[in-house]
Each structure stands twice: as C-alpha cells, then as structure tokens.
Design a protein around this ligand. Sequence first.
Ligand code: FAD
Length: 509
Amino acid sequence: LESCEDVASHLQRGIRELPSTKALDRLLVEGKGGTLRVQSDKPVVVILGSGWAAHSIMKVIDTDSFEVCVVSPRNHFLFTPMLPSTAVGTIEFRSLLEPVRVANPFVDYFEASCDKIDLEGKVVYCTSKNCYEDGFRPEFQIPYDILVVAVGEQPATFGIPGVEEHCYFMKEIPDSVGLRQRIQQQFELAALPGTKETDMRRALHFVVVGGGPTGVEFAGTLSDFLREDLKKKYPELMPYVRVSLLNATPSILVQFDEKMRQHALDNFKRLDVDVRNDTPVVEVTKDIIRLGSGEELPYGVCVWSAGNAPRPLVKQLAAQIPEQAQYQPGGRPSKLAVDSYLRVIGVDDVVALGDASLYVPERLPATAQVAGQQGAYVAHLINRGFSLGAGGMEQPPPSKRVKDLTLTDRMHEMLAATMAPADDATAKDIVYYNRAFEFFNYGVLAYLGDDKALTQIELPGTSIRLTGALGNLIYKSVYITKQVSFRNRVLILFDWLKAQVFGRDLSNY
Ligand code: FAD
C-alpha cells in the first residue's frame, strides 16, 4: 500500500518515469499516467516476441502459477509460411494472424519493443510502439524472474547499397501490404496511354532476390497471379512482363534433394520464371539492379528475400555476456548461444529460442518448426517448476518438484511405470525431468506455382518425397492442419475458394 501511494503521488505530479525500487518490483505502469496494477507474488515470466517461439510458449504456459508478460511490437502471431500468398491476394492478411490477446487472454500483453536488458537487476526496458499526439512515447520497465528471448531476426541486407531503400522485404504483414499495392501500381502505370516500351518493360520486370523457400514461393505465387488474373485484365501488357529469380549461390532450395531442385527449375522454366544461379546483387538503385558481373537489370519491383540478420537487442545481449564470445562467428555477436535446455550460456534465468538463438549441441535450421517446438519445450520446463538457473552445457535445470538429480532417462521411465495412477502428474514430471531439447524434423515444403509444390516429409526410418499436384495437395493439407486456430483454418479455406471462383482482388487501395 505504501508503494502504491508513492506511485500514485508520482503520477499525480506528472512524473512519467518511475524509479525502479524494490518496493515497486511487482508494479507495472501502463501508458501515460495510466492504470497501475499490483501483481501477485507469482514468479514473473517475461516473454519478448510474439512469433512462432513466443506463441508456442503462450499456448502452453501455466498462467495460474506464473505471471506472464508478453512484450512485442507486433500484437499478433503471423503464420509466416503463407505470407507470400498474401502479397498477391490469394490469402487475406487477417487469415494468417492470431492476436496475442486471443492466443492467451491470461497473459499481460504490451505493444512495445524491448531495447535493453539489465541482466544483473533482472529488468527489461521497453519503449511503446505507439505514441500520443504530443509525441510522447511511453517507456517502462518490467522486472522478471524468468526471461524468454524470442525476438527472431530481421532481413539481412549484407550492407549492399540501395537494398534498404528500394527493395521490398517479405517478413511482416506491412511488407506484404506494400508489395501488393506496388504490383498493382506497376500495372496501372504501364497501362497509361503514351507509355514507352522501355518504361513498360522496366515497370513490369519483377525481380526476386534469394533462392530459399521464401523467394521461390513468392516467385511461384506471383507467376500464378500474372497468369490467372492479371493476364485477363491487362492482356496487352503481358508481352512486357518478366519475372526473374536471382540467387547468389550455385543452387536454389538447398534444403531439398537434387532431384527435387531440378523439378523446381523445370517448373519455373515452364512458367517463364528466369532463374539465375551464381548471380550476386551488388547494388540496387531506384530503377537498376547491378549484378556482380557488372550487368545492369532495369526493374520495376524488387523483392529481397536473401536471408536474415540478428536484431540489435540480441547483439547487445550477446556482447554483454563474456561466455558468449566463443560461440559468436568471427567474434561478432549474432545469436544467443544456448545449451541443451535452451538456457542462454553464461547468464541466470534467461532462455532464448527460435531464430534469435544458436543451439550449441547441434546445428538446427532457423525455421518455424524449430521455434515452435522450442517454445512448447520451454513452457513445459517452466510449468514443471524448473529453475532455469545459469546456462551451461552440463548441468540439467534443477527442479523444485523433483529433487533427485542423478536418475537416468531409463530410470525415470521405470520409476514412472511403477507409480500408481494417482501419482500420474509426478510420474510425468519424473519422466520428462532432465530431458534435453530434441528437435523432430517433419520435413520441408515449398510451393512452386501452378498448383505444384515440393513436399519432403521425414518420418521415423523413412522419408516421403512428392512433387507436382500431389505435392501441392500435401502442402495445402499440412498448412491447413498447422493453422493455430479453427477460425484461421476456415478463413484460409474460404480465401482459396474465393480466389478460385472470383479470382484475386485487383483493387489498389
Ligand atoms: P519470429 O517469428 O520472427 O518472431 C519474432 C517476434 O519478436 C516478432 O513478434 C517480433 O515482432 C518480435 N520482436 C522483434 N524485436 C523485438 C524486441 N526488440 N522486443 C520484443 N519483441 C520483438 N519456416 C518454416 O519452418 N517453414 C516455412 O515454410 C517457412 N516459411 C517462411 C516464410 C516467410 C515469408 C518467412 C519470413 C519465414 C518463413 N519461415 C519458415 C521461417 C520462420 O518464420 C522463422 O524461422 C520463425 O518465424 C522464427 O520464429 P521466432 O519466434 O524465432 O521469430
């Protein structure tokens, strides 16, 4: 009560920043002199991010036992694998999203970015994404008991001049919104009376940089849009349209085997998508893409999907922890090295997952699959009362519930098998106790356009490889079942149906 009154008097006097004192440890301040909420004595778990890893934790974490605060500048989860389809209107933006407040109404969500982490004081410093009309942007701090860093990565430009200014990325919904508008605008520009042929060719040259699944899928979906919708509305412009896929390495889709890559190349040849391997881009100006060979490509729209780079927060955090230095490539902080329990090496009570983390025991791909599984794993660790302690390779996280630290997995299983059904919860705790994270690779998928896809599914002891229309059927079935809610499943099915029956939307708003 004493501290509440203190805070209230600060606010009455218009002081926007509150001193972080011990008495305020469980108080959060929202907004401009806004509501004060006294937190309970439950341990506070702060989750940074609302992507695949964070969403998966939110779905599993026990909010009865923990006070869970989510901080992310994005107030929703995004089903990234289908983002390229939104840029051409096959799928509507909202069909791929789930707001954090819907994903788990029992977490506290703050639309803000974390800018700094005080590892000793166990406090995160955040800045609101939004500001008031007078320009005031609230800043606040949250003390944590356990911190989950799941901030992902950002598109990598590799310092190539002009990429940031002139290219479209394919990472978030606003990227896709901008790209969708730009594609429409290019057609309307080229359709104006008196447009010179060279200008038409330039405006309608769509270039995708990056031969990974995202670049390939976008090239495929764009070619569908051109063939199935734009061709009907702008038939006179079709001779000037061109799609190029530029890839700096010798092959596209390195995640797939040789035969499937060849299948992708053959499909693109049929669809008139010009795939150019070993073609690095060295500069992008407002109307020219300059290649390593010196060649200059006039272009209308360039989509940059050439890889990811660490976020500043992750670099800053990795640089603060001396034990991280040996894991950073070339000594440059990039990802947070984590041990087999996903604890950040060299620091207490911080876990990192998904694209922001480097799993030291084994090389894992930076994919949604990994991030989602890591999120669920960490939520189970937290729910079972593990104190996540300091990250280091050897020690398993000590549990508050299970005292015996020396049992092997086999012993846990035997013990669990002999336990009475009434003790089931404890038995489960014992069975799972001490288990390091294990990634189950279910395979990879990529849409190629013209209702064809590559599907490489890994099952225990076997792997299934499908291409063409059958591959596409599996691709669609997997993505429908993988949606995070029934609502999204229904919306996507309707979107597919709408696009088939009425075509994709061509309005430019
Ligand atoms: P993200 O999902 O990127 O989430 C990061 C979160 O952190 C976001 O909510 C962000 O707003 C938030 N954040 C950022 N900075 C801060 C900060 N300072 N403070 C607080 N929060 C912050 N993977 C597959 O397995 N299969 C696919 O088919 C596939 N296709 C893809 C297609 C596209 C277009 C893209 C972009 C990615 C695709 N991926 C795919 C990769 C997959 O999306 C990523 O590996 C996955 O999103 C990583 O999850 P994450 O939780 O680590 O990060």
